[in-house]
Design a protein around this ligand. Structure first.
Ligand code: ATP
Length: 348
């Protein structure tokens, strides 16, 4: 086990600055998710830790060892790729054993490692099969097994679930959480799926455009986003944003006003952020119309028109809403998120 420390990392590909002044510490035994949209620099960060990419500036430490110039194979890390990268002409057993054979480990020791990994990942019945004879989920487990047998001090995983169908993805997500809880090994997990990051990680690092915006525990990121981008990226359905103006007694909200005591001057422009679960039915609330209703079984998502302002609302299934239904809603004032409309930064 080991921590990973990135200090002042930047990475340029020609004129593209893929990473900008990145400082990030991944603690010993921690499961860290790197989260952000396509092209934000997640994979470049992972590859920099792996030694597949050399940073333009900055240092990479694994534990207390500076590995910035150490080649990938001598970093004591194991990588699991989205594509699985299995050897197609080798059986599962051979795929698992291969890296250990290259290291000239003894046959009995290899057999013990393969058996242990196969046991942990439920691969026992498939050891004699070839990758083409496996389902996507089974292939993914073999890819993990190949990393596991090497006992790395750090696991690096690049979107390992993205080739699985929705049901298998959720199932495998929970299996991975259990596995890594048991292993207690440092893991860095790249994903663009906020639900994966929220459900799997001890902490999440959110990236945008080559920059690290925020690092924190999932609920901390969810409840205390540093800016509008993070607030909108984490949570499903996403936070609704409304451009509004501060009044003496609250905030303008379409044709109406919502009462709140705010520290800003009357007349200031702010962006109000509202999470769907913070919109609640209330007899004395604002009139709204449910324009779209999504029934998800135990809960419902309503896309409301509140006096000309479109906002999403999450409701339980006690009362089944219909499209076009009128209701009155309240937005819990202690749950307001306020952002600077220019910079997008969270306002205190
Ligand atoms: P995705 O989820 O799509 O994989 P990502 O967040 O992992 O995205 P990176 O792959 O790290 O993003 O890419 C960051 C930026 O660097 C992108 O603009 C990408 O086009 C660029 N980039 C990455 N690798 C190279 C390369 N080898 N040559 C040139 N540009 C690159």
């Amino acid at each position: 086990m080991a921590s990973v420390t990135l200090n002042g990392i930047s990475k340029c590909f020609g004129r593209v600055e893929a990473l900008k002044a990145l400082d990030l510490e991944i603690r010993d035994g921690e499961f860290m998710a790197l989260l952000g949209p396509s092209g934000c620099g997640k994979t470049t960060t992972l590859n920099t830790i792996a030694g597949i990419e050399t940073p333009t500036t900055g240092t990479v430490m694994i534990g207390d060892r500076d590995v910035t110039k150490v080649p990938a194979m001598r970093r004591d890390i194991a990588m699991v790729f989205q594509s699985y990268a299995l050897y197609p002409h080798m059986t599962v057993a051979k795929n698992l054993a291969f890296a250990l054979e290259v290291r000239r480990m003894s046959s009995p020791a290899i057999a013990a490692k393969v058996e242990q990994a196969a046991g942990m990942l439920d691969l026992g019945p498939y050891l004699d099969r070839y990758p083409r004879q496996l389902s996507g989920g089974q292939r993914q487990r073999v890819a993990l097994g190949r990393a596991l047998v090497r006992d790395p001090s750090v696991f690096l995983l690049d979107e390992p679930l993205s080739n699985l169908d929705a049901v298998l993805r959720v199932q495998t997500r929970a299996e991975l959480v259990r596995l890594f809880q048991r292993l207690a090994t440092t893991a860095v997990y790249v994903t663009h799926d906020q639900a994966e990051a929220m459900t799997m990680a001890d902490r999440i690092a959110v990236f945008e455009n080559g920059r690290l915006l925020q690092v924190g525990a999932p609920l901390d990121i969810y409840r205390n986003p540093v800016n509008r981008f993070v607030a909108g990226f984490v949570g499903s359905p996403p936070m609704t944003f409304v451009d509004t103006e501060v009044t003496g007694t609250g905030l303008k909200f379409g044709a109406a006003e919502i009462a709140a005591s705010l520290p800003m001057r009357a007349g200031s422009k702010v962006t109000l952020g509202i999470r769907p679960e913070d919109v609640v039915p209330a007899a004395d609330g604002l009139p709204a119309v449910a324009e779209v209703v999504e029934h998800l079984g135990g809960l419902q998502i309503l896309y409301l028109d509140v006096g000309g302002v479109p906002i999403a609302m999450q409701a339980d299934a006690d009362h089944i809403f219909r499209r076009g239904e009128r209701l009155t809603v309240r937005i819990a004032p202690d749950r307001f998120y306020l952002f600077d409309p220019e910079s997008g930064q969270t306002l205190a």
